[in-house]
Design a protein around this ligand. Structure first.
Ligand SMILES: [Mn+2]
Length: 546
């Protein structure tokens, strides 16, 4: 029996004592991947059978599990887990780190479990324990899926357990093996004229028809780059513009011929729901897409709609590319969600993170996830129209509002060059002016400068290892960081803008004269010893020490 398991799974073994969970775990997983409750009992009490240590043991187990999941490591929980409440907390941990909860139940006859326990020292408990476990397990089996497990595997015999083959499956969003070079293109919204010009400007050539003779409605030019570059489309291909279906066809053809990669936008998501017959509000340009579909010839409309739905359904929420150095998603991707799979990850990729508030234009107020981003991977996204694509903490929004009369922008990767084509016209009046005059006041400084003007306390507290251009890694010990911050907080300047330390920061030796903490004589001696030949003295403003 082949058990397919996503590479980012929290595997929860379910089985009575004596059902062979540890043997199973050791056979199919690395020892460091297995967290056993017995082992945690022994860690906290020197006795792996000490039931009185159970609560502490599970605290430890949950803690280690959290650390492993946070680091993106597959983890196996080797504990009985026969009660729903035992599993609930583990499922919550999996969710927190956007891991797939997977249940593997070892559903063996009571007698086998009991006989095994009899053969082991320290497991001489009565058969009632095994019975209780087995009954709880059997009550649980049918409801496991409903509890939130994404995959449930039930092994009903020793033969089943013996014949298991585990297949670890990379997540769909893992395309680390694709290293580019890429041309990443922002929200198109049916501006196919501008897209064609942009592709030409980026050096793409077009082939008249798709190779496949049965292309049907996908019968439309496809593009390729003579140097093997790939176009990456950030979603929101549809709605609002005048050549929506052409845009979808072009992108589809590049995806199927391997010259393009595409992630979905919130507009594709809504269109797909509409195509599936869901009741969605026809607004924000969906009416234009539906009008283009309605205008198709009678015999073609229905099969096309099916094909379109199929294509949209294949789109993966985000991709991790180039060995993990590049992440693309429609509305962005926080570090802790990159490469993970869950409903929340997809939601973030499509809509970004909003505060739940609405601004004066009726648009959702967004959290500035990019301002807080500290990840190593470059994140390229769209979704929020901006007048100019701007870098912020290794992220860049390249939706420059083409359909609103802005421009269509591509980011060349790894070159980090921006290439744009101006919109031929305003296809759609934006609800909020693209170049909001209040933003213009701040335009004198870049988004990065505005952000850097505020010191984030998390960036300077604790032990820090700073990677510098001249000196490789510099370690700043926690107590030194606190002391530096304490001293710097006396000055009204943001410490990051100080290019030299003020003189009072250079401590001199303690004075030998009684009654003085510091005295000019020792100060001068000290500076001289340090090789300083010139000291400029001035009167410092009086500093009140608390
Ligand atoms: Mn969008």
């Amino acid at each position: 029996m082949k058990l397919t398991i996503p590479e980012l799974s929290l595997i929860i073994l379910v089985g009575a004592t004596g059902s062979g969970k540890s043997t199973f775990a050791n056979k199919y997983f690395q020892s460091t991947e297995i967290l056993s409750s017995d082992f945690c009992r022994s860690l906290v009490s020197d006795d792996e059978n000490n039931q009185a240590a159970t609560n502490d043991a599970f605290d430890v187990l949950h803690y280690i599990a959290s650390k492993r999941l946070s680091a993106g490591k597959l983890t196996v929980i080797d504990a009985t887990n026969v009660q729903p409440e035992d599993r609930r907390e583990l499922i919550a941990i999996a969710r927190q780190y956007h891991f797939f909860p997977v249940a593997i139940a070892l559903n063996l006859p009571e007698e086998i479990c009991h006989a095994r326990n009899q053969n082991r020292p320290n497991r001489q408990f009565g058969s009632h324990v095994v019975r209780r476990h087995t009954q709880a397990l059997r009550r649980s089996l049918r409801g496991l899926q409903r509890e939130g497990f994404r995959y449930v595997y039930i092994l009903n015999s020793l033969e089943d357990i013996e014949a298991v083959e585990i297949e670890r499956q990379p997540l769909w969003n893992n395309r680390k093996y694709e290293c580019g070079p890429f041309d990443i293109i922002g929200d198109i919204h049916g501006c196919c004229d501008e897209l064609e010009v942009l592709l030409g400007k980026l050096g793409y050539l077009y082939k008249d028809t798709v190779q496949n003779a049965d292309a049907g409605f996908w019968n439309f030019p496809t593009y390729y780059h003579p140097e093997g570059r790939k176009a990456v489309f950030l979603g929101d291909l549809v709605d609002r513009g005048t050549r929506i279906l052409d845009t979808v066809k072009l992108v589809h053809n590049m995806v199927v011929t391997g010259t393009g990669i595409c992630v979905p936008g919130n507009h594709e998501n809504k269109l797909l729901r509409k195509l599936r017959g869901k009741n969605v509000k026809i607004n924000h340009g969906l009416e234009q897409t539906l009008a283009e579909i309605a205008a198709l010839p009678d015999g073609i409309r229905e099969p096309f709609t099916k094909e379109l739905g199929k294509f949209l359904d294949t789109l993966i929420s985000h991709y991790v590319l180039d060995g993990g150095q590049l992440v693309v998603a429609h509305a962005g991707m926080k570090q802790e969600m990159q490469g993970r799979g869950s409903g929340a990850v997809r939601e973030f990729a499509l809509y970004g993170e909003s505060t739940g508030e609405i601004d004066e234009f009726g648009l959702p107020v967004r959290f500035n996830w990019a301002g807080e981003y500290r990840g190593e991977a470059m994140v390229v996204y769209g979704h929020t129209p901006v007048p100019e694509a701007e870098w912020l903490n290794n992220t860049i929004d390249i939706d420059t509002g083409c359909v609103f009369g802005g421009k269509l922008t591509a980011l060349r990767y790894p070159e980090k060059e921006l290439v744009s084509v101006p919109a031929a016209k305003v296809y759609c009046e934006p609800v909020k002016p693209l170049d909001d005059c209040r933003d213009a006041i701040y335009r004198v400084s870049t988004a990065q400068q505005q952000l850097d003007d505020v010191l984030h306390i998390e960036d300077v507290l604790g032990k820090r290892i700073i990677n510098t251009r001249l000196q490789n890694n510099i370690t700043i010990r926690e107590e030194n960081a606190i002391a530096a911050l304490e001293v710097m907080s006396r000055f009204a300047a943001n410490p990051k803008w100080l290019i030299y330390l003020p003189p009072t920061m250079s401590p001199v030796e303690t004075s030998l004269l009684t009654g003085y903490l510091e005295h000019p004589q020792q100060a001068f001696n000290y500076y001289q010893n340090q090789g300083i030949t010139e000291v400029v003295c001035g009167k410092s403003p009086k500093i009140e020490f608390p």
